[in-house]
Design a protein around this ligand. Sequence first.
Ligand SMILES: C[S@@+](CC[C@H](N)C(=O)[O-])C[C@H]1O[C@@H](n2cnc3c(N)ncnc32)[C@H](O)[C@@H]1O
Length: 190
Amino acid sequence: MLRAPVPVAPVQIDSETLTGEEEIGAGTGLNLPHYGAGARLVFAEPEPAMADRLRRRAAELGREVEVVEAPAEALPFADDSFDAVVSTLVLCTVPDPAAALAEVRRVLRPGGALHFCEHVRADSRLLATWQDRLRRPWAALGGGCQCNRPTVALMGEAGFALRELRKESWRGMPPLVRPLAYGVAVPRLR
Ligand SMILES: C[S@@+](CC[C@H](N)C(=O)[O-])C[C@H]1O[C@@H](n2cnc3c(N)ncnc32)[C@H](O)[C@@H]1O
């Protein structure tokens, strides 16, 4: 079982039944303790300093993992490599989310799934308008994070179907990054 490090939105995967899992934008590896034993674990993180911290965390936890310094838009893996791809609070920040989702789709095996927890554009028109207005200053403060990104809709455009979707308010965070969407997206048949 994987639980993302956010207060209200655990990503849940029955890791015991999987043979290969990949996490994009894995940061310093906060999700690492929550992966079950057994599966091949691969973390893609483009920032070298974060990737180093992730490697150290894995060593401290005694977990054998692969860490690759790669952006989600160019994953250095063969087609059909993983049963599950995990993304927590990443698709708001990647410069090209359509390319990232196409890569996720490419590396998933048939029957595989993207497990995500992402803050997304608000359904409320009023809040979405504020997200549009404050996008630039928020991104300047937040390392490029795009508070108005319609990530769930982008998944549909990238050829995913939503198997599960839940939206929650992200307690403790400003309204600009609400709601938090989490769920499971599966590639539609081509
Ligand atoms: C808010 S952090 C989330 C980290 C981690 N997923 C977590 O939940 O703790 C956003 C992460 O996205 C990464 N990132 C930025 N641009 C990226 C890209 N093009 N592809 C993949 N990850 C990217 C950042 O380096 C950072 O680690």
